[in-house]
Design a protein around this ligand. Structure first.
Ligand SMILES: C[S@@+](CC[C@H](N)C(=O)[O-])C[C@H]1O[C@@H](n2cnc3c(N)ncnc32)[C@H](O)[C@@H]1O
Length: 239
């Protein structure tokens, strides 16, 4: 990950993220040119208090993991070719993880709560200028009307991705219910989350508990440098 220079871009990167730079670039050998996305940090005039308009380290790690391939094999988690996949990103923020899936060839819908949608639409434009196409929809976790609108337009998804969305202060039961409604019921379907540990295992433990009650199994592993304490969780149906 490299960060573009820009006015006010003075902060050092933390785990590969500079949350003040107006533009971030994600580089990977799979892409001829970097993915460029706008962010609106606390020093930006467009910063909206209470939303996440900056990149978080787990997003970079998850995007890199997906671009590298599933356990070193080319293709998406679940063993499917990217071009055959429909992908939903939940709590997308800037939309980096979904953008990486789109650049790999998947059909992608980026989602976040209503106040975060304008930034996702801005990044949809930036990506389109680089020939990476994504759809953007509002998804407030647990909102049946948002879920219905997405299902009507796109159907269920073979892959749902999310980075740094498991925080105990968030509505995690609602996040789980949206994932439950939107994940396709197939043996290949996967819900893939990158979780940054912040002295609290309760959120991810609860989430795993709900998944197990819903007949899902989960695998986990470290994502990148163990010192970063970022973990990958992959859920799939027991069918
Ligand atoms: C820490 S940020 C992570 C953003 C991005 N995934 C990343 O890793 O850079 C958490 C994200 O979850 C979203 N979020 C939190 N609660 C939500 C809810 N109830 N419904 C939809 N999105 C929510 C926020 O708007 C924000 O984009």
């Amino acid at each position: 990950m490299e960060v573009a220079d820009g006015p006010g871009c003075t902060a050092k990167e933390i785990h590969g993220c500079d949350q003040r730079a107006p533009l971030i670039e994600f580089h990977h050998a799979s892409f001829q040119r970097p993915l460029r996305l706008e962010q609106r940090g606390a020093t930006s005039e467009s910063f909206v208090q209470g939303t996440s308009s900056v990149l978080w380290p787990a997003a970079t790690k998850l995007a890199t993991y997906l671009c590298d391939g599933d356990d070193g094999r080319p293709g998406a988690p679940g063993g499917r070719p990217w071009a055959a996949l429909s992908v939903l990103e939940v709590g997308a923020g800037l939309g980096l993880v979904g953008a990486a899936c789109a650049a790999l060839g998947a059909k992608v819908v980026l989602t976040d709560c209503g106040v975060a949608v304008p930034l996702l639409k801005r990044n949809q434009e930036l990506l389109a200028a680089d020939s990476v196409n994504v759809e953007v929809c509002q998804l407030d976790w647990g909102s049946k009307s948002d879920e219905s609108a997405i299902l009507k337009e796109h159907g269920q998804f073979e892959l749902i991705v999310g980075s740094d969305i498991i925080l105990s202060s968030f509505d995690l039961d609602k996040l789980f219910s949206s994932c439950y409604a939107l994940l396709a019921r197939s043996p290949e379907a996967r819900l893939v989350l990158a979780f940054e540990f912040r002295e609290d295992w309760e959120g991810i433990s609860n989430f795993i508990g709900w998944a197990e009650e819903a007949q899902m199994e989960v695998q986990h592993q470290e994502l990148g440098d163990p010192d970063d304490e970022i973990y990958l969780y992959i859920f799939r149906w027991i069918l």
